[in-house]
Design a protein around this ligand. Structure first.
Ligand SMILES: NC(=O)c1ccc[n+]([C@@H]2O[C@H](COP(=O)([O-])OP(=O)(O)OC[C@H]3O[C@@H](n4cnc5c(N)ncnc54)[C@H](OP(=O)(O)O)[C@@H]3O)[C@@H](O)[C@H]2O)c1
Length: 195
């Protein structure tokens, strides 16, 4: 499975580090282009390669980790998504009226299967050992495609976290949304990884 990151800043590079640690190959991207990511890629090791946003968006699972006001420009002009998975790790500046933020992001990636995840913990907690005592640190996910949720849940397990599947974007996305939902910034531990 090839992975891509759109937005390799504080959050995106923390996600990238967890993923390469677990042995995934990934393409890093930002707004300034591959040359600006050479040092980050060097630091992450040979599994992480700098690329363009288009390169990152061609992966099987694409993590979106840009600021809310950058979402639209980051996703504009990309080829059709063809059912690939977009993991929305973004948070809006203010809770949008009427729709969850991930429903808005989903409307910008037509044809992709969107899963909201990795948005509730700050980078230092994503980088810390997910094993806490007998338990595993929790990462929530939600999305409207069951198989895509399962893929992301397995990915979360493979990097050592305990996934908690909250269901659809309307239901789970609301719980995960920051600001507005009750789950962001809760550092929870699950005492079994079984689902
Ligand atoms: N940091 C946290 O504690 C945290 C926790 C949970 C969720 N989040 C969410 O994660 C998202 C990113 O936050 P962050 O703190 O990581 O921000 P950040 O450090 O500013 O990183 C943003 C990244 O997005 C890239 N970017 C900007 N415009 C782009 C475009 N048009 N195309 C491709 N890449 C683009 C930037 O690249 P350039 O530098 O080249 O412009 C940078 O690599 C936000 O939505 C935030 O709410 C953050």
């Amino acid at each position: 499975m090839k992975l891509g990151i759109i937005g390799t800043g504080a959050l995106g590079s923390a996600i990238a580090r967890d993923l390469v640690k677990a042995g995934y190959e990934l393409v890093l991207s930002n707004s300034r282009g591959p040359d600006s990511l050479e040092d980050v890629a060097l630091d992450l090791g040979p599994l992480a390669k700098p690329g363009t946003v288009r390169d990152a968006a061609a992966a099987d699972v694409v993590f979106l980790a840009v600021r809310w006001n950058q979402v639209k420009s980051a996703l504009t002009g990309l080829p059709p998504w063809g059912g690939r998975i977009v993991v929305d790790a973004t948070n809006p500046v203010a809770a949008p009226a009427g729709r969850t933020s991930s429903e808005i992001v989903a409307s910008l990636v037509p044809g992709a299967r969107l899963v909201k995840a990795f948005n509730t913990l700050p980078p230092p907690l994503l980088l810390a050992d997910p094993l806490k005592g007998e338990g595993h640190r929790v990462l929530f996910l939600s999305g409207d495609d069951h198989a895509a949720r399962e893929t992301v849940a397995q990915l979360i397990e493979s990097i050592g976290f305990a996934p908690i599947d909250l269901g659809t974007l309307i239901e789970g996305g609301k719980l995960q949304q920051d600001p507005g939902g009750p789950l962001p910034r809760l550092d929870l531990v699950k005492f079994s990884k079984s689902r």
